[in-house]
Design a protein around this ligand. Structure first.
Ligand code: GAR
Length: 196
């Protein structure tokens, strides 16, 4: 059984989808939900599901990423994770942190990578006049939002869409894609999944 740690910064809806998926013959089990924001809504949801939680507030570290990550590593290493899932974790990680977990750290990003790495993905897709958007799961490497792709799901962009309506439509697919990706990855299969 693979031990799965999930890093969040916000509401944690992807985290909830991942936790709910890890039952039965799933090769993983959640061991920790960790946040950089003690107020992150996902922490309460994780605790209600019986998952261990921890929070390391990044703000007192004032941009000293190495010191923040040293603090983050304490609960993380104590949980002994085999795989780390970034699920709406909105802090940039240092090369040293990434190197430590390379090959066993996943992320979900709300665009069809390689399009629109970084922030404001939905507005950028709308501004570009794209006819479809989506989400991507990938391995985390030193290049931001550019590691090997593990899955993609596409959604149409509809007339009248705003960044918010598009984000909501993509999020529905994120909740399908990320659990499907983790299940496959935890079983040792890195071949990508393309939905629908
Ligand atoms: C998700 O849409 C995720 O793809 C995005 O943040 C949201 C988190 O929602 N991640 C990024 O933008 C990473 N750069 P959630 O907290 O409800 O899962």
């Amino acid at each position: 059984m693979k031990r799965i740690a999930i890093l969040i910064s916000g509401g944690g809806s992807n985290m909830v989808a991942l936790v709910r998926s890890m039952t039965g013959d799933h090769p993983g089990r959640p061991v920790l939900v960790l946040s950089n924001d003690p107020e992150a809504g996902g922490l309460k949801k994780a605790a209600e599901m019986g998952i261990a939680t921890a929070a390391i507030d990044h703000r007192p570290f004032r941009g000293d990423r190495a010191a923040f990550e040293a603090a983050l590593l304490e609960p993380l290493l104590a949980a002994g994770p085999d795989i780390i899932c970034l699920a709406g974790f909105m802090r940039i990680l240092t090369p040293a942190f990434i190197a430590r977990f390379e090959g066993r750290m996943l992320n979900i990003h709300p665009s069809l990578l390689p399009k629109y790495p970084g922030l404001h993905t939905h507005q950028r897709a709308l501004d570009a006049g794209d006819t479809e958007a989506g989400c991507t799961t990938h391995e985390v490497t030193q290049d931001l939002d550019a590691g090997p792709i593990l899955g993609q799901a596409r959604v149409p962009i509809l007339p009248g869409d705003t960044a918010d309506t598009l984000a909501a439509r993509v999020l529905v697919q994120e909740h399908i894609l990320y659990p499907a990706t983790l299940r496959r990855f935890a079983a040792g299969d890195r071949s990508p999944i393309f939905l629908p």
